[in-house]
Write a protein that binds this ligand. Structure first.
Ligand code: SAM
Length: 218
């Protein structure tokens, strides 16, 4: 059940738009996206868009999940930090491709629901932590890859310090209305940053993000 929908999602929304990493495409075909959306939205789970998951938050568009995951260039031995657990869908994708995933969510209700969902689905290599992810998670640092799944005004400096040498970091950055994906790599001499595609994310709220009282704007 839902395999056909996932195969079509990959073929019609992702592979044809330039995502070529076979491991990423294969994980997109396997992770049961329908299990990460609210029950009333199951029939639209594979639509080409972000969808509400409660608490004013969203599960990201499948294409955006695929692009960001590809940009992380994950190896099976990697430890990954995700900021913005939301439904847990992106965390499940990362769990398929890396050794260990630490996922930080600021809304406790979402974190608990995602923790239970990931456990029920058998993703045992994900740790969900409640907190302000703009400050990362020092306990498990350094990370081979970091992904932020909410949009901030700038790249959080603290997260850069938690990146391992040769680590990759993908983060939506820009004004509230529209952002782009910043792609950062830590090298022996510092950080290299490039800009990838445009995107629209819910706000990253925290010490190195937007202020809490700005969350209902835009
Ligand atoms: N990755 C999620 C998924 O697969 O369902 C989608 C994430 S949703 C677009 C963005 C999430 O980031 C929301 O759940 C929101 O509560 C969370 N968030 C925003 N600011 C945060 C912060 N400073 N630390 C942790 N989570 C944050």
């Amino acid at each position: 059940m839902w395999q056909r929908e996932r195969d079509q999602m990959v073929e019609r929304q992702i592979a044809c738009r330039g995502v070529t990493d076979a491991r990423v495409l294969d994980a997109m075909r396997q992770v049961p996206r329908h299990a990460f959306v609210p029950p009333e939205s199951v029939d639209c789970a594979h639509d080409d868009r972000a969808m509400p998951i409660g608490q004013g938050q969203t599960i990201s568009q499948p294409y955006m999940v695929a692009v960001m995951t590809q940009l992380l260039e994950l190896e099976p031995t990697d430890r990954v930090l995700e900021i913005g657990t939301g439904s847990g869908y992106q965390a499940a994708m990362l769990a398929m491709l890396a050794r260990e995933v630490i996922s930080v969510e600021r809304v406790p209700l979402l974190a608990e629901a995602a923790r239970q969902r990931l456990h029920a689905l058998g993703y045992e290599n994900v740790v969900v932590v409640v907190g302000d992810g703009t400050l990362g998670c020092r306990e498990y640092a350094p990370y081979d890859a970091i992904i932020v799944t909410a949009g901030g005004p700038f790249v959080p400096e603290t997260l850069k310090t938690q990146l391992a040498l040769d680590g990759r970091f993908v983060c939506p950055v820009g004004p509230r209305e529209v952002q782009h994906l910043a792609v950062i790599r830590r090298t022996a001499t510092g950080f290299q940053e490039t800009a990838s595609i445009g995107c629209v994310f819910v706000p990253l709220i925290g010490a190195e993000g937007w202020p809490e009282d700005a969350k209902d704007e835009g």
